[in-house]
Design a protein. Structure first.
Lengths: 311, 311
């Protein structure tokens, strides 16, 4: 697929994923309208909808026939993972954490709605993610046709675990701890942070898509490894761009990690080894991907675009 | 049951519920140990374990025979509701919300572990609640014996909804909004806050206990009304005690609501009408309770102790 076609396709899918999440957002009325407004503001502030797009594409790899029941369940999970990703950004931006006032050129949620509402909007989104998953389970439940229920249950287990203390929250904890210290993180700690703070939700996206699409246990394991490689390569690439990138193209200051005395993959291992590691992770992911059935063109291009991006 | 026996029984059950929650708390090791420590600190800081006790007692009303599978599922939900209650306190205490430094005589989580870790510990507990529910679903799932799965799915839907923007988070939003304004809340808004911030999780405790114990749809509806009455009466009683109570017995200053210019049921309707309303709510709850089968002595005493307490 050439670059222009790929970007068009990606935009189309991201837009569809945005529409899906929107469908699950609450009405803004009554005494709770303010928190609902803040939740909506946070979700609609933009973003590439990367996690639901990856989930959808993985589902399509394995589910080769139209199946409206599993597709409906998938949409619930697509919305849920985007809500979880969004809540993590909303809380990350709080004064108690990164103290960011802008994200993607817009005021952050706490800056726009106040700090207390920032806390509540994040809580509301995390909770709504699980309400949405419970909705998928309720719809899928059918005593005479129980397989989809089983898949949804496995998917709920994986998504909640990858978002929790063994996953994303664990990574945020380690990141917060490292930032509060004088000594920068060493390579093990840095890898832990990258793998948990970023890679875990990518893994969950691929695994949930696979499970709902009917992938087997071996395939789910491969999807987890692909997700881990892609997430880690994405973060190392981030570290590389912080040194070599173009501020204008990136939309943020280059060299900010070094200026903040923050350990990065590049500061620890150097540029050349970092480039090599991205290459290695990416090749391994691609090899694993090739073992799957189905049309892999778009998802291959998507993964490559994440890893090899210049912005 | 006389007062001494009742208190002994209540303590025994609260202790059992505390043990149950503890079983689902994470190991404190590795790079995420700090957030796990803060989560444990928050849960073990004490508390009456009211919600899991109510859930357990309601379950026992309906499940008259030993059934280890549904009891195991129940324990997951008992732990989950206590985690949700605890996270709501941890986030409520944050500087961005109530800015409390002590709770039950101990430092609040953010004061002990820092503000960022306070945010993360709350997130971690809310997420863990749903991991724990997903665990119940995974264990209950059995294609040949699907009824318990169905019950767990309904319970997950109710607990997540009662904790979310239509429930507890909605109440917190309205409370935060009212506190940020010059004009105190009117009676509709105050009732909304009490019903959502407090009553919704009490409703969920009773409903989930009923569902897992095998209660029918009519009975679940009654349990919701009992929970609503108990939660509301509990809060009005709180407002009454703020005027008539004994500071030493209550462990907090009497008259603090009036001093803060906060609307309460008493400030709007007066003491006499407040007492009458508590009486009315309590009698209605008791009447509904009497329509159920089973030994109701303890749960009746428990509800009475909540509503008629002097501290």
């Amino acid at each position: 697929m050439d670059n222009k076609d790929f970007n068009e396709e990606l935009n189309k899918r991201a837009e569809y994923c945005g529409e899906v999440v929107k469908r699950f957002l609450p009405e803004k009325e009554g005494y709770a309208s303010r928190v609902c407004e803040a939740m909506e503001y946070s979700v609609l502030a933009g973003g590439k909808r990367l996690r639901p797009v990856l989930m959808l594409e993985t589902y399509n790899l394995f589910c080769r026939e139209e199946d409206s029941a599993s597709l409906e369940a998938l949409e619930h999970f697509m919305a849920a993972i985007e809500m979880i990703h969004t809540y993590s950004l909303v809380h990350d931006d709080l004064p108690a954490m990164d103290n960011d006032e802008y994200r993607r050129g817009k005021l952050t949620t706490w800056k726009r709605y106040g700090e207390g509402m920032g806390v509540l909007a994040g809580d509301g989104l995390l909770n709504l993610a699980f309400e949405t998953i419970a909705g998928a389970l309720n719809k899928a439940y059918n005593p005479l046709k129980i397989e989809l229920t089983g898949r949804c249950i496995r998917a709920a287990g994986i998504l909640s675990e990858k978002a929790g203390y063994l996953g994303m929250i664990g990574g945020q904890c380690a990141d917060l701890e490292a930032e509060g210290r004088e000594t920068p993180a060493d390579i093990d700690e840095l890898l832990y942070i990258h793998e948990h703070k970023t890679a875990c939700l990518i893994e969950a996206a691929l695994m949930v898509g696979g499970i709902l699409g009917g992938a087997g246990a071996d395939e789910i394991e491969k999807l987890e490894r692909i997700g881990s490689n892609v997430g880690l390569a994405f973060q190392i690439r981030d570290d590389i761009l912080d040194v070599t990138g173009n501020s204008k193209e990136l939309g943020k200051n280059v060299g900010s990690d070094a200026a903040n005395g923050k350990a990065t993959y590049v500061s620890i291992n150097g540029l050349e080894a970092s480039d090599k590691e991205v290459q290695r992770l990416s090749e391994e992911a691609e090899k694993l991907l090739e073992t799957f059935p189905g049309e892999k063109g778009f998802i291959r291009d998507l993964i490559a675009s994440l890893i090899l991006r210049t912005k």
